[in-house]
Design a protein around this ligand. Sequence first.
Ligand code: ATP
Length: 251
Amino acid sequence: MTLLGVEGLSKEFGGLRALNELSISVERKELVGVMGPNGAGKSTFFNCISGVVSPDDGRVIFDDKDITGNSPETLAQAGLVRTFQHTRELETMTVRDNVRLAAPGQPGERTIPALLHTESMQEQEQKVRRRADELIEAFELDHLADEYSSNLSGGQRKLLEMARVLMLDPELLLLDEPFAGVNPTLTQEIADHIRDLNDEGMTIVIIEHELETLTELVDRLIVLEQGRLLVEGVPEEVLSDERVIEAYLGE
Ligand SMILES: Nc1ncnc2c1ncn2[C@@H]1O[C@H](COP(=O)(O)OP(=O)(O)OP(=O)(O)O)[C@@H](O)[C@H]1O
């Protein structure tokens, strides 16, 4: 069953067609990789799905609903969540607070005075704290929980970013270059987490330049070139496809 459907998506930037009538679908519980040479339209594809930019043409269907142009907040509530190539944690906050504050409607955002601090709000806060602690432990960040996130390495920041998005309990997770700038040990750790999440039933789409890890991880590869779908299929076949080799050689 299809969870995400992209139909005839187009986006121009000053006459340059970043996406050119792109149509792709992702099945529930699939783990899909998106690759393509620089400028192929991969980020624009994610940006159009996740409400960061509005497409000029075409539709995005998520869970049988037309979500074209919906805001990132609305999409997160619906279960569609993304990470960014450059992580977006708050450097002046600890790892623990960064994870807690990623929860929807978390206490830090409330302006209601303490007098109105009801029992149900306290319960909700406790739930957020418990979930944050679980994720910090699952991502082996416990020894860093009270560190400012500015003290984290690139790889540790990627783990923190994953913990943060999981606070939103996504059904579809879009990961933008989760292995970029990450050392080999942490790359393997992040790949294992992605596989576990997918085994638990989460649908995941990954943009990545690090093709070795990507092809080992995913069920299916989608290759974009000049805003169009070039080739898709099982990783071994896609990587040996003449058109793909040519697209990368021409970079
Ligand atoms: N906000 C923008 N304004 C102007 N041009 C843009 C914008 N976003 C993307 N583009 C252009 O659209 C084309 C596709 O870019 P995009 O970032 O989607 O490709 P990509 O496949 O993600 O590339 P990379 O692998 O280098 O990140 C590029 O030519 C890029 O310069």
